[in-house]
Design a protein around this ligand. Structure first.
Ligand SMILES: Cc1ncc(C[n+]2csc(CCO)c2C)c(N)n1
Length: 216
């Protein structure tokens, strides 16, 4: 069994909760209240800006130029996605300001930035992987059961598409190759990082669903 297949199985209970979360169920059927989608989009634009920095920081510490280039390309892509979000969704949904990070977005971006700066490349790759893989699976699931006239269809199309699938495959292959060469101790840290980032993905959606901001 490949390392990433093992990761998927270990984190399956978290993925199931994400996939069954009312935010994603209502996004899929198009019944998600618009203020929850707007909250999510604004937080996601703040997330993507830091996610791109984390990808570039991890890439700068890659062991070879191929992996570095892939991570720099992922970083470039995250910035382009963020820009597209601003141009289209911010305009369509009349969001004039992304505001500041809420608790889940803050926790997730702070975690990815610190792992990418202070842990090994291997552990950083494992922490950055759920962002790709969980979105691919969530996107595929929504793509497969489309409801006609869904106002959120363009969001679903972005993550269910082929081009995105190619990036996910690359990230998975890098993670598997690194794990094959890593010590048992590093593999344990990779698993922990993957699980932590998966839980933070859950919290990100849960915060949007409950429009959660700081308690004080
Ligand atoms: C909270 C949150 N997690 C994951 C993604 C998905 N995502 C963002 S950028 C990118 C590809 C980078 O090249 C992917 C897969 C998101 N949008 N928001």
């Amino acid at each position: 069994m490949s390392f990433t297949t093992y990761l998927w199985e270990e984190a399956l209970p978290i993925y199931r909760q994400i996939s069954q979360h009312p935010f994603n169920q209502e996004l899929k059927t198009g019944t998600l209240p618009v203020e929850k989608f707007k909250f999510y989009i604004a937080q996601d634009s703040l997330y993507l800006a830091d996610f791109a920095r984390a990808l570039a920081a991890a890439g700068s510490r890659a062991g070879n130029s191929h992996d570095a280039l892939d991570f720099f390309q992922f970083a470039q892509n995250a910035i382009l996605v963020e820009r597209a979000l601003h141009l289209s969704y911010f305009k369509n949904y009349e969001i004039d300001n992304a505001g500041t990070k809420g608790p889940g977005c803050f926790a997730y971006t702070s975690y990815l930035l610190s792992v990418s700066a202070f842990e090994s490349f291997e552990v950083a790759v494992a922490a950055l992987l759920p962002c790709f893989w969980i979105y691919k699976k969530v996107g595929d699931d929504m793509y497969a059961s489309q409801s006609s006239g869904n106002p959120y269809q363009s969001w679903i199309d972005a993550y269910g598409g082929e081009e995105f699938g190619h990036s996910v495959r690359k990230a998975l292959d890098i993670c598997d190759r690194l794990a094959e060469q890593a010590s048992a101790g590093t593999c344990t840290k990779m698993r922990e990082a993957y699980l932590t980032a998966s839980r933070l993905e859950y919290i990100f959606w849960d915060d949007a669903y409950h429009l959660r901001t700081w308690p004080c």
